[in-house]
Design a protein around this ligand. Structure first.
Ligand SMILES: [Zn+2]
Length: 461
């Protein structure tokens, strides 16, 4: 059975709340254009663009129903048809009625039968209801006009929220009791239900994976094309000499570690492939949260892009050590960037510049040209293998995982929007936070765009 998810940004939800609850106790309505990620087991709708139906254009607004001229949504219907996107109708229930009413059934059947006539691609559209406290529930309307419940609604912002409608799992497992004592059963159940993607299973990634598994995350999608080597044994948690000898892929080494530690409580989907495969990126697009634990600029950039297209909260980890090779250590820094879709990006935060991005892409797609440009001095500052130390990687990973917990289950005194960027400098003993600055003007336009040809609107070979 296919499951259906619906994703919003926190900003979209706030804009909808203001429109849907103007304070007069009467229902109101809005439309949204949604991007899609569709595979065999899941169909995800990502809200891309809102069209608020003006209150004074409605034929009737009443505490239990709203009647509006559906023609007003024509620009959205036409764009959905052209781009194979979905139409979402969302209205309010000011009196906290927690299900679709008979009036809703009739009006949805009418609106969506004519919409399916328009779009004609066999793909579902959706209808949702918001309550005054911003809780939501939703259903899709299939091409044969069946109503099917949406099992998860996700809201990505400084706080990460989920509304779930799948049958709830059994009671808290004994392995999760101590986590439940800290964060409560609800947060533990949420962790059990999450699918988290970790890209990069080395110095920082292996620590992130270890912690997520022990916290009870339900499914981990692991991506790394490399094998365990002797030079990694100083920092990859759970890696062994035997795995280095037998050239075990990193994702397999970590999968077997999770199996040993957690049994089958955490499902693992390993992918020993490069991130730049459409299939790998499509799988990651189904994740609820992403961690980027890579040192390549183009990898970090594509993951930031993916997270934007599919409205996924994204944690980017970076560590930097500079040493003179004779025992002199000059730089010991690390940073965790939390990126919400529609907000600032790694590029707008100047984590790297366009030149570094171009150089990294060239290195991947055309190594000969890359070497020539380095030799001719057009590309400068290319990193050879950097030093790496387990204690610094572990610190960075721990900051990132705690940052996730604080967004699923807010516990900090400072608001989460002031801690979008965390960094440390162990030479000078500095720990700092920042808000990440203004939204990225480039990526913002793609928030919730979903599937597109070419994938992610870029050619990455
Ligand atoms: Zn209703």
């Amino acid at each position: 059975m296919k499951s259906y998810h619906l994703r919003f940004t926190a900003q979209q939800v706030e804009e909808l709340r203001r429109h849907l609850f103007p304070g007069d106790g009467k229902e109101a309505v809005a439309l949204a254009l949604c991007g899609r990620r569709d595979d065999d087991s899941i169909h995800i709708l990502c809200v891309h663009k809102l069209l608020l139906i003006p209150h004074d254009k409605c034929h009737e607004r009443h505490p239990l129903r709203v009647h509006w001229p559906t023609d007003i949504g024509r620009p959205i219907y036409e764009e959905a048809m052209r781009k194979h996107m979905a139409v979402l109708k969302i209205h309010s229930h000011p009196g906290y009625y927690r299900q679709f009413s008979e009036v809703d059934d009739r009006s949805d059947a009418e609106l969506f039968s004519s919409l399916h006539g328009w779009t004609d691609d066999g793909m579902p559209h959706a209808s949702a209801v918001m309550l005054p406290n911003k809780e939501m529930f939703a259903r899709v309307i299939t091409a044969d006009l069946q109503f099917v419940a949406v099992s998860r609604i996700a809201v990505a912002g400084d706080e990460i929220a989920f509304f779930d409608f799948a049958p709830s799992r059994k009671e808290i497992a004994s392995k999760d009791l101590r986590t439940a004592q800290a964060f409560g059963e609800k947060t533990v159940a949420l962790l059990n239900s999450l699918r988290v993607g970790v890209v990069g299973c080395s110095g920082t990634g292996s620590w992130v994976i270890e912690q997520l598994a022990r916290l009870g995350v339900g499914e981990l999608v692991l991506v790394d094309p490399d094998i365990i080597e002797h030079k990694n044994l100083n920092r990859i948690v759970n890696s062994t000499l035997e795995q280095a000898e037998s050239k075990t892929p990193k994702v397999e080494a970590l999968e077997s570690a999770i199996r040993r530690i957690m049994g089958t409580c955490t499902q693992v989907t390993p992918s020993a492939k490069n991130l730049f495969h459409t299939g790998v990126l499509q799988k990651l697009a189904t994740c609820d949260v992403l961690f980027g634990c890579m040192d390549t600029v183009d990898g970090r950039d594509i993951l930031n892009r993916l997270a934007t297209f599919y409205l996924i909260p994204y944690f980017d980890l970076g560590v930097r050590l500079d040493a003179d090779g004779k025992g002199g250590v000059n730089v010991v820094c690390g940073s965790v960037h939390f990126l919400s879709p529609g907000g600032s990006s790694l590029l707008s935060r100047r984590v790297y510049g366009p030149e570094a991005l171009r150089a990294a892409s060239l290195r991947r797609t055309n190594p000969e040209q890359f070497t020539a440009e380095v030799d001719e001095g057009y590309i400068k500052g290319v990193k050879v293998e950097s030093p790496a130390v387990i204690s610094v990687n572990g610190l960075c990973a721990t900051l990132a995982v705690n940052n996730l917990l604080a967004r699923l289950h807010p516990f900090r005194i400072d608001p989460n929007n002031e801690i979008r960027h965390q960094w440390f400098d162990l030479i000078n003993g500095i720990f700092g936070n920042g808000n990440g600055g203004e939204p990225c003007r480039v990526l913002q336009l793609y928030a919730g765009r979903g599937d597109i040809e070419p994938f992610l609107d870029c050619h990455f070979g």
